[in-house]
Ligand binder design. Structure first.
Ligand SMILES: NC(=O)C1=CN([C@@H]2O[C@H](COP(=O)(O)OP(=O)(O)OC[C@H]3O[C@@H](n4cnc5c(N)ncnc54)[C@H](O)[C@@H]3O)[C@@H](O)[C@H]2O)C=CC1
Ligand SMILES: CC(=O)[C@](C)(O)C(=O)O
Ligand SMILES: [Mg+2]
Ligand SMILES: [Mg+2]
Length: 336
């Protein structure tokens, strides 16, 4: 029994029978979509892949031995519709393709609560709305499954018309392999807001900004960029691997005493109360819905700021050095 976690669902708490005879339409074959389609098919479920265009995803699915079809065709006779197109695209596909064929008793399933929580999609009362949110990038969802395991998934129920929404969410999570690890329960609000906070404050936002700031601090003092890249960026994976396996204190015990002392004293000097105040400001912005409004507006105007930020990053010194150094690093990587 766990001392601090809420209920953790594992293999025996979930039964595929709740979704086994249902027709499942998965919309999208990107990072998550590919992993979901392949894992759910391998788990023996009836999955149809629906795509809007015969583009890259279409080709990739065919290469994987999956038969893609037009969204409309995948939705024919569907009982369960799983949204794995980008968050900003879901409302359009819902309005144009799903809503017209939505019948009482159907299920709408999400991998992230954004569209439901921020009311971009407002389903009628007579359908189930639930989520299975993998706490890992899509490629890991597939890789763990293929190796006989699974990544942790959060399940949550927003509407339980059938009275079986939680069982179905757990069944989908099991089909993804997640009950091999553990499935935790959440709400759409909690999952959406904490997911955004994590990715903005550290995983995606804070981390890249910190790596780049450290890189430039070292380079600005006159050291060579390749030294800075190794120290400030490349080695981060090895440190986070230690945290992943052994926790923060386990990582600290794996590095030298010199690193331990320097790290513990300087880390909190750099990431100080002032930084935490700024983090809180941005976390509040997520809670208030202001971040969602900003992102929707940016997307609707063509994501120009996003594209230009990505361009700047691609052209940065750290990425130029990184592209060359990674060839050396990856050459020495043990074969999988
Ligand atoms: N990427 C990840 O690892 C994670 C994603 N999620 C959630 O999973 C869902 C899917 O996200 P990803 O897998 O990252 O998406 P993605 O961007 O990797 O894949 C999107 C799929 O939708 C298609 N698509 C893209 N633009 C489209 C458009 N305008 N019209 C129609 N189809 C379009 C693409 O061809 C592709 O098949 C989102 O709700 C996301 O928040 C949740 C956990 C982690
Ligand atoms: C991979 C993941 O869970 C993220 C960072 O939240 C996302 O891609 O949105
Ligand atoms: Mg996430
Ligand atoms: Mg996210």
């Amino acid at each position: 029994m766990s001392k601090v976690l809420g209920k953790v669902y594992t293999e025996n708490d979930a039964d595929l029978k709740y979704v086994k005879d249902k027709n499942i339409a998965v919309l999208g074959y990107g990072s998550q979509g590919r992993a979901w389609v392949l894992n759910l098919l391998d788990s023996g479920l009836n999955v149809k892949l629906g795509l809007e265009r015969e583009g890259n995803s279409w080709k990739k699915a065919q290469e994987d031995g999956v038969k893609p079809m037009k969204t409309e065709d995948a939705l024919k006779g569907a009982d369960i519709v799983i949204f794995l197109v980008p968050d900003m695209v879901q409302r359009k596909i819902y309005a144009e393709k799903v809503k017209p064929v939505l019948k009482p008793g159907m299920d709408l399933v999400f991998a992230h609560g954004f569209n439901i929580h921020y009311k971009l999609i407002q389903p009628p009362e007579n359908v189930d709305v639930y989520m299975a949110a993998p706490k890992a990038p899509g490629p890991s969802v597939r890789e763990f499954f293929v190796k006989g395991g699974g990544v942790p998934v959060l399940v949550g129920v927003n509407q339980d018309y059938s009275g079986q929404a939680l069982q179905k969410a757990l069944a989908i999570a099991k089909g993804l392999g997640a009950t091999k690890a553990g499935v935790l329960e959440t709400t759409f609000k909690e999952e959406t807001e904490t997911d955004l906070m994590g990715e903005q404050l550290d995983l995606v936002g804070g981390l890249t900004a910190m790596l780049r700031a450290t890189f430039h601090t070292i380079v600005d003092l006159g050291y060579r960029p390749e030294m800075a890249y190794f120290e400030a960026i490349n080695e981060m994976k090895l440190i986070t691997d230690q945290i992943y396996e052994k926790g923060l204190s386990g990582m600290l015990r794996a590095v030298s005493d010199t690193a331990k002392y320097g790290g513990l004293t300087v880390g909190t000097y750099v990431i100080n109360d002032d930084v935490k105040k700024r983090m809180k400001e941005k976390a509040e912005r997520i809670k208030s819905g202001k971040f969602a409004d900003e992102w929707i507006e940016e997307y609707d105007e063509g994501s120009k700021n996003l594209a230009s930020l990505m361009d700047d990053l691609d052209n940065s010194l750290e990425e130029q050095v990184g592209r060359e150094l990674r060839e050396i690093v990856l050459r020495g990587q043990p074969k999988k």
